[in-house]
Unconditional design. Structure first.
Length: 169
């Protein structure tokens, strides 16, 4: 059972900041946990780049989709730069619904490709992305030193048909 997905609003800031703290994991994040009093929006994050999933009016998940670079020659690419689902809501199709909505948003932005980076230690995320058509394009070996070990950074991507919906592609 999934959850409705909608564009984020400025009013979602506090809920997203709290959710981001609850979702933080050393297995999935290369940056330290954010401070407990930091807003979600700002520092490169704005509502127009975030989609949220809700249950009974409560934000339970989010995904960020942005251009990977400001270059015109790269304008056909969008990048997933974050995905989080409340721990108590995992396994209910919310992450899949968020990725599907992000693919639809990429299509509306006339993207040809969606890419992402995922740590080798985050096997649940890798499985999700593979199940919706992402494939490994490369591996940055020992890219990060986390929790006392070197961790590979996996580059994944999939092409998108701008004329199809995520449900059919």
């Amino acid at each position: 059972m999934s959850a409705p997905v909608r564009p984020a609003q400025t009013a979602d800031d506090a809920a997203l900041a709290g959710l981001d703290r609850q979702c933080w994991s050393a297995l999935a994040n290369v940056v330290p946990a954010r401070g407990f009093d930091m807003p979600f929006f700002g520092h490169g994050q704005s509502p127009e780049d975030i989609l949220v999933a809700t249950r009974q009016g409560v934000v339970v998940g989010w995904v960020k989709l942005v251009p990977p670079t400001p270059l015109a020659s790269n304008a056909h690419v969008q990048q997933l730069q974050g995905l989080g689902v409340h721990p108590a809501q995992r396994g209910k199709g919310i992450a899949r619904a968020l990725v599907s909505a992000a693919l639809d948003l990429a299509r509306s932005r006339e993207a040809r490709k969606v890419c992402l980076r995922v740590l080798a230690t985050n096997q649940p995320a890798q499985a999700l992305y593979q199940s919706v058509g992402f494939t490994v394009e490369g591996v940055l070996v020992d890219e990060f030193f986390l929790g006392g070990q070197y961790v590979d950074d996996i580059l994944m991507a999939r092409l998108v048909d701008p004329n199809a919906s995520a449900a059919g592609a």
